[in-house]
Structures are given as structure tokens and as C-alpha cells.
Ligand binder design. Structure first.
Ligand code: PLP
Length: 389
């Protein structure tokens, strides 16, 4: 049976070069980066090289990067860290955060937690493509707003938000701007200075690095409360012995991602566009998300009178890995909050399927999936009481 992986937004395999770079740090280079002996210094030096590699990817300074356990922690630290610091200030601007309805749960649940703790959160609506309205953003800003958190690109429908414009608005109003760039890094050129980004979240396992490691960019001068008390690592912002092998893997993944960005993006766009063209020939099949302002590797469809979950299972039986919803919410029965926010009815949301491509996919795989899918859709529709044509 074929084995075709098209769920790169959920996670990616670790690049062989990344693995090779990591292995010595499990083996003979096992020092604790805080130790002053040569083992410790060896780990410390490797971590600083990685910090540099991560910083270069987004045009930051290495001392503006701290390592975390992944995208979820980076989002939590960015938002709660700034919020709690702000609460402490005598001259606090206020207690309002502006975010958006289609954020990843790592942001949405963090914001809900803050709401229970005295903060006000405004959730910006999005249009049918998933894009926020900049006029609405400007009107939502009040004297109490201290932070805007809007994702760079959506993990489900792939839509890219107007980050440059949001950054300008944030800067003009003297408000901190955080973006969850977990899906966007290495697929989009990101310059935190040009885009006026103050905090940016990265996750390693979405960019051919290992799981359980991530980074947060914190612009120099931005003050945060720590969420992790302990030995004071990472300038007191994130205590715990540094995960040297993971950090080395993330650094290498960033370096390779930057080096290969043009080639990878061109490759994925070609395949994505072919997949979209082929799949949209299926009767009553529609593209979710923006037709152009979307991640190079994302295609997301809805099929009338078809259960996305059934489609996904039937594809899996044929060895094809796709997704409904995001990886973390796809085991829940609720319709995706992202699809509902772009105006889909619950049954339309349930009839959706995502294919996210990667470096390793081929044209043959795209053709194979494109040829197989119409038959599966037809079979499911035959069984569906909603499809009576
Ligand atoms: C946009 C976005 N943010 C945050 C996360 C969480 O990242 P991690 O799995 O590294 O915690 C994900 C993972 O699916 C994501 O897609």
C-alpha cells in the first residue's frame, strides 16, 4: 500500500541533517549548559549558535530569543507574561488584549484564562477568507489596550493575516504586538523589525525539527513575567535546564529552513496549486481560506454532503494522511471554531478536509491523491441522506 503524508501542518518528520546535528548532544556532549566545566561550556556554546540561527531566520538579535518547550508555551509566555507584568505596573496602560477569533487554542485558551483573572479580551471577527478587518482593529483599540495578538498564518485554512499593517497600527498606538508564527516561519520571509513585531512564537516540530522545543522572540526592552520559577535560566524568564539536543535541532532546522526557503516554497506552491486545481473539479467542492493569501503548503476543501472525518478515515485506509480541523482539535466532535468564524454552517465545517504539503511530497503523490479522492467522495455521497441527486 502507498504511504503518502499530507499533514505537515500537524507535524513534520525531523530532517536527517537535524538528527545528525543533535546526536552528539545525547551522547558524549551531554553537559549542562549552566555548568562551568568544559562539558557545560560545550553545551552553552552549542545553544548560543542555535540562538543565533533562530534569530537570523526572523532578523532578530540572538539576545532577543529565548527557548521554550514549543509553540504553546511561547504563546502562553508571550501573552500571560506581558499581561501579568502589565498588571504589576503602577502606570499600567490598562487591561485589554485584542486577539482574533481564529487563533490556535494556545492563544485562545490563554486569553480565556486571562479573562477569568480580570483582563478584558476582544476577539476580532474575520471575513469569509479568515482575514481580520484593519478598520475594526483600529476601532477596537482603546486606552486600555496593551497588547494585540494576531497569528501570522492560520493552521487550519492557511490564510495569512496582514501582519505588516497590524504591526504599523500597534506601533502607532504604542501597543505591544505578538504573533503566533508557528505555521509561517520558513514559509514566509519574516523580519520582526520591518513588521514591527514585538513578540513572535516558533515551534520546532513544524519546520523539520524535533518535538517539544520552541522559541519566543522578545524585542529588547519588552518586559515579561515568568511563568516558570526556578533556577533563573534564560534571563530569569524560563527556568529549567536547557534542552541542549532539542535546541541544537531547532537551530539547525531554522538554518536549513532559511537556506531552503525559496526552493521549498516554490516546490510546495506548485504542488498545492495542482492539488487545488484537481480537487476543485469534484462537484460541489469548494476551497476554504484565501485563494492567494495562503500558506505555500496549505489546501483546505469542503465537500457538500460528505463527512470530513469519514473522508479522512477512508483516505487513511489507502495510506494517505490528511486532516480535519487542527491536529489538536480533530478528536473533538465540535465543528472547528475557525470554519465557523469564516461563516460556514456546522455541516459545512464537518465536511472539510485539509491537505498540507511538505518538502518531501511529489507530483506523483498529488496526482495519486487527486485521482483517488473523487471516487471516495462519490461513495460517501451515495450513502448520505443529504445527497439526493
Ligand atoms: C498556529 C499554531 N500555534 C501553536 C501551536 C502549538 O505548537 P506546539 O505543538 O509546539 O505546542 C500549533 C500547533 O499545532 C499551531 O499550529
Amino acid at each position: 500500500m502507498k504511504s503518502i503524508y499530507m499533514d505537515y501542518a500537524a507535524t513534520t518528520p525531523v530532517d536527517k541533517e537535524v538528527i545528525n546535528e543533535m546526536i552528539p548532544y545525547f551522547d558524549n556532549k551531554y553537559g549542562n549548559a549552566s555548568s562551568i566545566h568544559s562539558y557545560g561550556r560545550e553545551a552553552f556554546d552549542a545553544i548560543e549558535i542555535s540562538r543565533d540561527q533562530v534569530a537570523k531566520l526572523i532578523n532578530a538579535n540572538p539576545d532577543e530569543i529565548i527557548f521554550t518547550s514549543g509553540g504553546t508555551e511561547s504563546d502562553n509566555l508571550a501573552i500571560k507574561g506581558v499581561a501579568y507584568k502589565n498588571k504589576d505596573k503602577k502606570d499600567a496602560k490598562g487591561f485589554q488584549i485584542i486577539t482574533c477569533a481564529i487563533e490556535h487554542p494556545a492563544v485562545l485558551e490563554t486569553c480565556k484564562h486571562l479573562e477569568k483573572n480580570g483582563f478584558k479580551v476582544k476577539y476580532l471577527p474575520v471575513d469569509k477568507y479568515g482575514i481580520i478587518n484593519l478598520d475594526v482593529l483600529e476601532k477596537t483599540i482603546s486606552k486600555d489596550t496593551f497588547m494585540i495578538s494576531v497569528m501570522f498564518a492560520n493552521n487550519e485554512i492557511g490564510t495569512i493575516e496582514p501582519i505588516g499593517e497590524i504591526g504599523k497600527i500597534a506601533r502607532r498606538n504604542n501597543i505591544l504586538f505578538h504573533t503566533d508564527a508557528v505555521q509561517a516561519v520558513t514559509k514566509n520571509l519574516i523580519d520582526v523589525n520591518k513588521l514591527n513585531i514585538d513578540l513572535l512564537s516558533i515551534s520546532s516540530h513544524k519546520i523539520y525539527g524535533p518535538k517539544g522545543i520552541g522559541a519566543l522572540f522578545i524585542r529588547k526592552g519588552v518586559k515579561l513575567h515568568t511563568l516558570m520559577h526556578g533556577g533563573g535560566h534564560e534571563n530569569g524568564l524560563r527556568s529549567s535546564t536547557l534542552n541542549t539536543s532539542g535546541i541544537v535541532g531547532l537551530g539547525k532546522a531554522c538554518e536549513l529552513g532559511q537556506k531552503r526557503m525559496n526552493k521549498d516554497v516554490a516546490h510546495m506552491k506548485n504542488l498545492r496549486d495542482l492539488l487545488i486545481k484537481n480537487i476543485l473539479t469534484i462537484e460541489e467542492c469548494y476551497l476554504n481560506g484565501h485563494p492567494e493569501k495562503r500558506l505555500a503548503n496549505n489546501s483546505h476543501f469542503r465537500f457538500t454532503a460528505v463527512e470530513g472525518e469519514s473522508l479522512n478515515l477512508m483516505l487513511d485506509e489507502k495510506g494517505i494522511a490528511a486532516a480535519t480541523g487542527s491536529a489538536c482539535s480533530s478528536k473533538k466532535l465540535q465543528a472547528s471554531h475557525v470554519l465557523l468564524a469564516i461563516g460556514l454552517k456546522p455541516e459545512e465545517a464537518h465536511g472539510s478536509l485539509r491537505f498540507t504539503l511538505g518538502r518531501m511530497n511529489t507530483k506523483e503523490e498529488v496526482e495519486y491523491v487527486s485521482n483517488l479522492l473523487p471516487g471516495i467522495v462519490k461513495k460517501l455521497r451515495k450513502m448520505s441522506p443529504l445527497w439526493n441527486r
